[in-house]
Design a protein around this ligand. Structure first.
Ligand code: RRO
Length: 312
């Protein structure tokens, strides 16, 4: 069974990879994802220009009964130069996604200028959707600012660039963000980031479960699957075919991966379940996916992509 994908001239031997933020903050974690026989690529933790400790702990919590996770990490990362050294020195045939998440437009432009001027040969993901930095709204909910940033970026940026989007919840918003994204030569969009500013309460103590932002944090895992699928599907229907889609959100089984593919995802990322299960999740998911495709009579993944049926 061929479980491969392409974005521009980048080839992925497997369609699964880590979601930014999970198992990708240190060189050891990045190496673990790269070394898996079942990952097609690795994404680095979203970088800011300099190291950040992130928000106070507890800042990550697994919701009981396998419902998902809540996090308010607050962009802890080792700083742009650390990830730049990693990608410069790493010998690998797998594509690397370098994720950046500046706290201002200027931070993003500065990091993208450095990536443009570097020897980095991978793909770049501009994270416009971090929900967890106190006082900083999720950029991609501000359509005007998003368009302005991309306009400035593409005055100088020629490497393969994609954006990490927050979930949208209204058809009008799907239309609006797609109209903006279609104006630019994006290589991909990645949808969705966590659903921002959820709240989880401990039933014994009646207390929130994470400390930052009085308990508000990004929701991931099974709770977000329906929203993730809707965003993959809605964007696939609206974006130029040259813009590939990375589906992220709610993947705990091969069936979930398959549903992302049915909605039009080219690659599929695993966040919460990777944090919970560890690196072996990729082997399990790929095998479960292959079994489903075989059972349905598909011989390649490409035949299943986008084949979601509706009721006439
Ligand atoms: O570090 C975080 O708190 C974080 C980020 Br940058 C993001 O993009 N998504 C998320 O759920 N957490």
């Amino acid at each position: 069974m061929q479980l491969t994908a392409n974005i521009q001239n980048y080839h992925f031997d497997h369609i699964l990879l880590n979601a930014a933020g999970v198992m990708c903050q240190t060189t050891t974690e990045l190496d673990t994802v790269l070394a898996s026989d079942y990952t097609g690529a690795v994404v680095t933790k979203s970088a800011t220009p300099t190291l950040r400790e992130g928000n106070p702990e507890p800042r990550y919590f697994e919701i009981p009964n396998h419902l998902g996770t809540i996090n308010s990490m607050g962009l802890p990362n080792a700083g742009f130069d650390y990830y730049m050294s990693y990608v410069s020195e790493k010998q690998t045939t797998k594509p690397i996604f370098f994720s950046v998440a500046g706290l201002s437009k200027q931070d993003n432009l500065d990091m993208l200028h450095q990536l443009q001027d570097s020897d980095f040969k991978g793909l770049i993901e501009l994270n416009l959707s971090c929900p967890n930095v106190p006082g900083k709204p999720q950029t991609a909910y501000d359509f005007e600012t998003t368009e302005q940033i991309l306009s400035e970026v593409f005055t100088f940026f020629t490497k393969p660039l994609g954006v990490k989007l927050p979930p949208y919840f209204d058809i009008a918003h799907f239309d609006m963000i797609a109209d903006i994204l279609n104006k630019f030569p994006l290589a991909f969009v990645n949808t969705i980031n966590s659903i921002g500013n959820g709240l989880v309460i401990d039933e014994v103590t009646d207390t929130v479960v994470i400390k930052p932002k009085s308990g508000f944090g990004g929701i991931g895992g099974p709770l977000v699957k329906a929203t993730a699928l809707a965003n993959v599907r809605a964007l696939r229907q609206r974006l130029n075919s040259s813009i590939k889609i990375i589906g992220t959100g709610g993947v705990t089984t091969g069936r979930d991966v398959y549903e992302h593919i049915l909605c039009g995802a080219d690659l599929v990322e695993v966040g919460s379940q990777l944090a919970i299960e560890g690196i072996d999740v990729f082997e399990r998911l790929e095998k479960e996916l292959a079994d489903i495709l075989t059972e349905k009579g598909y011989t390649t993944l490409d035949d299943a992509r986008g084949q979601l049926k509706t009721i006439s």
